[in-house]
Design a protein around this ligand. Structure first.
Ligand code: BJW
Length: 256
C-alpha cells in the first residue's frame, strides 16, 4: 500500500469513529466546479486586478463600481456552477456521522453556497456569502437580486449602495460564525482542512484550537501549505477525488 493510500485509510478509520468532526474548506474545494481559487491568476478582464487588493473596504470606498462589478461577475459565475463530487462527499459524510449520533460542523471560507446546494446541513460561512448583499446605510440584507445588477454599485430599494455580504481583509468575521466555530472546535476530536492555503487569519488558527481540544488533524490539499507541519495526516490530491474515496473507506460497503 502506498503511503498516500495508507494515510487515507488511517484517516478513514478515525473518521468512521469520530464523535465531533470539524471541517474547514477553502477555494480548492470549489475549483473542480470551475470557480478559480482565490490565489489563482484570473483570466480575461479580471486578470488585470489583484483579488487581494479588491477584497478590502478601502478598494470599495475608492472604486465601488469596479469592486461591485467584480463581485457581480463572481456571483453570476457561482450561480451557474454546480457542486462537484467533493461537495457531495462532504454532505454524505455529514449524513453518515449524524445518523450515528455524531456531530459534524462545516466551516467554510467559500462564499459560493455550493456546500449548501450539495446538501450539507450544518454550514458556517465564516467569510460570508456572495449571494447575499447588504445596504451600506441600513445594514439590511438582500438575496433576491437581479443578476446582473442594472448599475454599479447596485442600489437597495431605498437607494443605499449595496456591497456583497462577505468579509474583507481588515474586517471582523461575523460574531455568530466565530462563536459557532469556537463551540465546535472546543470539543472536536477530528479536524480536516480541505483545499485551503492556510494563509488567512483567523481561519488558519482553527487547527490550533482543534489540537488544543485533543483532536487529530488532517490537511487535504493538492500541495503543501505554510501550515502543513501542524497536521497529523496530509493526503495529497484533488478534493473531488480524495473526499469520495475517504467517504467510501469510512462508510461505504466494506468500510474498515
Ligand atoms: C486544491 C484544489 C483541489 C486547489 N483540491 N486542493 C499580518 C499577520 C497576520 C494577520 C494579518 C496580518 N495583516 C492582516 C492580517 C489579518 C488578515 C489576514 O489573514 N491577512 C493575511 C493575508 C496575512 N485577516 C483578516 O483581515 C480577517 N479579519 C481579521 O483578522 O480581523 C481582525 C484583524 C484585522 C486586521 C488586522 C489584524 C486582525 C478577515 C479575512 C477575510 C478574508 N477574506 C477573503 C475574501 C472573501 C470575499 C471574497 O471571496 O472575495 O476570503 S480573502 C480570500 O482568502 C478569501 C478566502 O476565503 C481566503 C482563503 O483563501 P483559500 O480559500 O485558502 O484559497 P487560496 O486560493 O488561498 O488557496 C486554495 C488552496 O486550494 C491552495 O492551497 C491549493 O493548493 C488548493 N487547491 N485546487 C484540493 N482541486
Amino acid at each position: 500500500m502506498s503511503t498516500e493510500t495508507q494515510q487515507l485509510s488511517d484517516l478513514a478509520r478515525l473518521l468512521a469513529n469520530a464523535k465531533n468532526v470539524v471541517v474547514l474548506t477553502g477555494a480548492g474545494v470549489s475549483k473542480e466546479s470551475g470557480i478559480p481559487t482565490f490565489r489563482d491568476s484570473l483570466e480575461g478582464y479580471w486578470s488585470r486586478f489583484d483579488p487581494g487588493e479588491l477584497a478590502t473596504p478601502d478598494a470599495f470606498a475608492k472604486d465601488p463600481e469596479t469592486v461591485t462589478r467584480w463581485y457581480d461577475e463572481r456571483r453570476m459565475a457561482a450561480l451557474a456552477c454546480e457542486p462537484n463530487p467533493g461537495h457531495f462527499a462532504l454532505a454524505r459524510i455529514e449524513a453518515a456521522i449524524s445518523e450515528r449520533g455524531g456531530r459534524f460542523t462545516l466551516l467554510t471560507q467559500n462564499v459560493d453556497r455550493l456546500h449548501q446546494r450539495a446538501g450539507s446541513q450544518n454550514v458556517v460561512e465564516v467569510h460570508g456569502s456572495l449571494v447575499e448583499w447588504r445596504c451600506t446605510e441600513t445594514g439590511e440584507r438582500y438575496t433576491d437580486l437581479p443578476a446582473p445588477f442594472p448599475s454599479y454599485p447596485p442600489r437597495s430599494p431605498m437607494n443605499g449602495a449595496l456591497r456583497p455580504n462577505v468579509v474583507w481583509f481588515g474586517e471582523s468575521l461575523p460574531k455568530e460564525a466565530l462563536d459557532a466555530a469556537d463551540d465546535a472546535l472546543g470539543s472536536c476530536d477530528l479536524y480536516l482542512a480541505i483545499g485551503t492555503s492556510g494563509v488567512v487569519y483567523p481561519a488558519t488558527g482553527f487547527v490550533g484550537a482543534a489540537k488544543d481540544a485533543g483532536a487529530r488533524a488532517a490537511e487535504l490539499n493538492m500541495n503543501d501549505t505554510p501550515v502543513t507541519h501542524v497536521f497529523d495526516f496530509t493526503p495529497r490530491g484533488e478534493s473531488g477525488s480524495l473526499l469520495p474515496a475517504l467517504y467510501e473507506l469510512a462508510f461505504g460497503q466494506g468500510a474498515a
